[in-house]
Every structure is written in C-alpha cells, then in structure tokens.
Design a protein around this ligand. Structure first.
Ligand code: RP5
Ligand code: MG
Ligand code: MG
Length: 279
C-alpha cells in the first residue's frame, strides 16, 4: 500500500497541534526509531465524552480486532497490533498519539456514496474531453465545513448500522439536507433516495483512508460505493441542498486535477477506470 501522506500533515486539523515530523523512510513500524517522540492529542470534543466516542483507555478496555458489542473494531487491513492496550495504525506512524478528533480507538468506520452521471450538452449527448477524448463523469460533491475542502458526502457508520443504510443516510443528510426538510416533504425525499440506492451499486474501495485526522492509535476506514445514473433521469433530477457537516453541494466534473479531501481522489480514479471516463 502507498505511504500515507495526509495522515502526516504538519498541522493537526482544528487545533494548534504540530505533528512530530515523520519522514517517508520512518513511516513503517518495522523501522526502528528510538528518537520518535509523537505529540499526544485528543480533541476537547472527544474528551467531553459524546455518545459517538470511546472512553479513555485505562478505565476502558475495548475488544480489538473483533465486533465489540455493536461497534465494529475489525479492520479491512487485517489484524492490527495492540501495544500497551492501544491499537497501532496499520499504515504506520503519524506523529500524533491519542485519538485527535476521532471517537474510536483503532478503526473508525465510514461509508462514502459516490453518485455519478455523464456530463451532457443541451441535446443530452455526452460531452467528450478535448484532450483525453473520453466522456466526462460528474459526481455529487460537498464542501466540508470543517476544512473547506471538496469531498464525497460520506460519514460514520453508526453502531450496528448496515453500511448500505449509512450510504443513503449520509447522502440524504449532506447532499439533500434531509435533517432540515419539513415533515411534509420527508416521504418525497425518502422515495427518491430509495429509488437511487435500490441497486447495490459498484463497490469501489474498502479499506484505510488517508485522512488528516488519523493518529497512531485511531484512523479512518471506509466502504466507497458508486451509484451511477446512466441515463441521467433519476439522480440528476434530485434537488441538491447542503446539510449537516456540508457547507455547499454541487455536481463536479471528475478530473485528476481537482483536489479532494483525504483519499477521495483515489476513489474517483477507480470509478473512472470502471466507467471508462475522462480522468
Ligand atoms: C473520510 O471521512 C471518509 O472517507 C468519509 O468521507 C469521512 C467521514 O467522516 P465525517 O464526514 O463524518 O467527518 O475519511
Ligand atoms: Mg454526515
Ligand atoms: Mg460527512
């Protein structure tokens, strides 16, 4: 697997914390590094014990590498090591210990719905990129409120929740603002959503996410699934409205030069390969 990069960003998100700098050749735990002196950081929101966060280790010893009650503590990356009661990031050092902004020790499971359509002209014909000569895909993208970066409208899997439901729920909350629609319009949105997500979609990726919130003891993992509207008459007609942790939402042309949050650009590249689209 490629070395994580955003998981080593100098400034830890939402804080004044500077990560201990980890050079490429010291990322893997197998590299002995006696001088490694990571910063300990667990954000105040996590320390305040919200329902979505674990307590501190000591008072609490979760069952790692297994489904622990309703919380899935297994990793898509295989068995991870636990040292002094704390799980170790399977991709290596990040310069921070503790949980940072993440609620769970070890893997924090998310789901990423990648909703796509073809870019078309006024006659409904596919638009081909001038250089690659391949048709251009568009995907529903949100601007994250926490960092201002464009991203897939993904979110955390609730304890015991089926990933198929998380995909729908997060898309509805962030791209359709389902949390704020008046009750009279709820069933209408719900119906459209069920239509769009009734196919199981194309499984794009399952595994570690190179997320800037990752630490040595807590990291993001996701299941990314593509729901594609081939004819352009189902999703394309959905009224997009940003909600919850999304500040804006829009259809964005899929192109390798467009910067995206965490590993989201990599997920789109996989969608492009599958659909033989421009990249
Ligand atoms: C990323 O964080 C995942 O790929 C997913 O898009 C997102 C989930 O976190 P929140 O959007 O709930 O902050 O690592
Ligand atoms: Mg969300
Ligand atoms: Mg989200």
């Amino acid at each position: 697997a490629a070395l994580h990069v955003k998981s080593r960003c100098a400034q830890y998100p939402g804080s004044n914390i500077r990560r201990f700098s980890v050079p490429d050749d010291k990322v893997h735990w197998s590299q002995n590094w006696p001088d490694y002196d990571p910063v300990s950081y667990t954000a105040p929101v996590v320390q305040n014990k919200p329902v979505w966060a674990d307590p501190d280790i000591g008072s609490f010893s979760p069952q790692f590498n297994t489904v622990d009650g309703a919380v899935d503590r297994t990793s898509f990356e295989g068995m991870y090591k636990v040292e002094d009661g704390k799980p170790l990031n399977p991709r290596g050092r990040t310069g921070v210990i503790g949980r940072g902004l993440l609620g769970r020790w070890g893997p924090n499971h998310a789901a990423d719905p990648i909703v796509t359509r073809w870019k078309v002209n006024s006659k409904g014909e596919k638009i081909v990129h001038t250089v690659s000569k391949k048709p251009i895909l568009q995907f529903v993208s949100i601007m994250r409120k926490d960092c201002g970066e464009w991203a897939i409208p993904g979110g955390m899997v609730d304890p015991g929740e089926q990933v198929s439901l998380t995909l729908q729920r997060e898309f509805s909350e962030e791209a359709l603002n389902s949390l704020s629609v008046p009750p009279s319009e709820k069933s209408e949105i719900q119906e459209r959503i069920t239509q769009l997500f009734k196919s199981s979609g194309f499984l794009v990726y399952k595994g570690y996410v190179d997320d800037p919130r990752n630490t040595d003891n807590a990291w993001m993992e996701t299941v990314a699934v593509n729901f594609h509207d081939e004819s352009g008459n189902s999703v394309s007609e959905l009224p997009l409205e940003a909600g919850d942790d999304a500040g804006q939402v829009q259809w964005v042309d899929v192109d390798s030069s467009f910067p995206l949050y965490a590993s989201h650009s990599h997920f789109l590249e996989l969608v492009v390969k599958e659909r033989k689209a421009h990249w």
